[in-house]
Write a protein that binds this ligand. Structure first.
Ligand code: FMN
Length: 371
């Protein structure tokens, strides 16, 4: 197909008050490349600006820790909890805006899936349940996870407040808004998930109670971003359990999406392996279900570097935006290339090896560009 056939991917879009040049979104990707104080530097500025220059209408910056205590996953993860981190991100957001893009920050609390916390905090979680799997080598981890401490009621309030402060800091840093990381097995997903949340207070038990912390955080973030955008990312699978599905199937999905919309989410973003895949035998993808239930703009993600797949999402009404992760690492100018009828450089796993830092990718590019 020619670039012309994909015109629908290049129609402007909107999320709340934020207008976007097209339907292409960079999905959040941890790049393990801030300094040891969680401050983004010039390499991160250039990395994010390249996506805007390459035609992505929206960038969702990587999972970023929200406090100087338990939220951090690994040492060179960026934070958004002090002035130096705000200033570092300001360089990134300025460069993205100068290149004509929009950028949101993903706010992340690592919960039980803590790899190596430099603040000396123990892993915190809804319940003291040993996580499945082991610490990912990609984030400098090795060996088994530790059994986390069960969060107290006061500890939960600290986490709600710190998400609000982090969202306000993101706005100070020039972001167009914030995304709550409620996916992939980290803290908020641990609250949502029956086998990691064994609490018998009002933050655990049935789905409505398990949704309490996620929705209170959504509310806190929404009120902290002011006129900015506040959204949420959700998934069934987890980094340490790819096969997990919501036990109540489509009913759970509908309840989760409705609760997030009620809590003020401006959009819903689904992390799946294949963005358009049908779920629960209901003839809709997860993104399509979210759209049907909430009427909100929905971002689909998973193998959408193929423009036919991305287009299909829009045509079938399964989503309003197509987020691309690995394909965007392969070619930061993927949207511009597709618009021009050119073939983007495909992603190669070696671009994120031995660990998924910007240095790994830059070295791969330097070695392969010459050839
Ligand atoms: C190196 C890397 C880091 C990632 N970090 C995050 C993250 O910080 N937050 C998140 O929600 N998802 C993260 N993901 C998941 C992606 O956003 C996306 O959901 C997944 O890669 C599937 O999309 P794709 O098929 O376009 O790669 C990461 C993926 C990769 C490859």
């Amino acid at each position: 197909m020619s670039g012309q056939d994909y015109a629908r991917l290049f129609e402007p879009g909107a999320i709340a008050g934020m207008t976007l040049a097209n339907r292409y979104v960079v999905a959040p990707m941890a790049r393990i490349s801030a300094d040891e104080n969680g401050v983004p530097g010039a390499d991160m500025r250039d990395y994010y600006a390249a996506f805007a220059g390459g035609g992505f209408g929206l960038i969702i910056a990587e999972g970023t820790y929200t406090d100087l205590a338990s939220s951090q996953c690994f040492p060179t993860q960026p934070g958004i909890a002090n002035q130096a981190q705000i200033d570092g991100w300001r360089r990134v957001t300025d460069a993205v805006h100068e290149a004509g893009g929009k950028i949101l920050l993903q706010l992340m609390h690592t919960g039980a899936l803590l790899t190596n916390n430099t603040f000396g905090a123990p892993p915190l979680a809804p319940s003291a349940v040993l996580p499945q799997g082991g610490k990912p080598p990609r984030f400098g981890g090795s060996g088994a996870y530790a059994v986390p401490e069960e969060l107290s009621r006061d500890g939960i309030q600290v986490i709600i407040d710190s998400h609000g402060e982090a969202a306000a800091n993101a706005i100070s840093a020039g972001f167009d808004g914030a995304e709550v990381h409620n996916a992939n097995g980290y803290l908020l997903d641990e609250f949502l998930t029956d086998y990691t949340n064994l609490r018998d207070d009002d933050f655990g038990g049935n789905l409505e109670s398990r949704l309490r912390l996620p929705t209170e955080i959504m509310q806190a973030v929404k009120s902290a971003v002011g006129g900015g955008v506040a959204g949420v990312r959700l998934s069934q699978s987890k980094v340490n359990n790819f096969e997990h599905e919501w036990p109540g199937g489509a009913d759970d999905a509908r309840a989760i999406f409705a609760a997030e919309a009620k809590a003020g989410a401006d959009y819903i973003h689904l992390a799946t392996r294949r963005g358009g895949a049908e779920v629960f035998g209901v003839g809709r993808s997860l993104a399509g279900l979210a759209r049907d239930v909430t009427g909100l703009p929905v971002i689909a993600c998973g193998n959408l570097e193929d423009p036919d797949q991305a287009l299909d999402i829009l045509v079938r009404g399964d989503g309003d935006f197509a987020a691309v992760a690995k394909g965007a690492v392969g070619d930061p100018a993927l949207p511009n290339k597709i618009a021009a009828g050119e073939t983007p450089r495909p992603f190669a796993p070696e671009m994120l090896m031995p660990i998924a830092t910007l240095e790994s990718t830059n070295q791969w590019m330097a070695a392969n560009e010459a050839g």
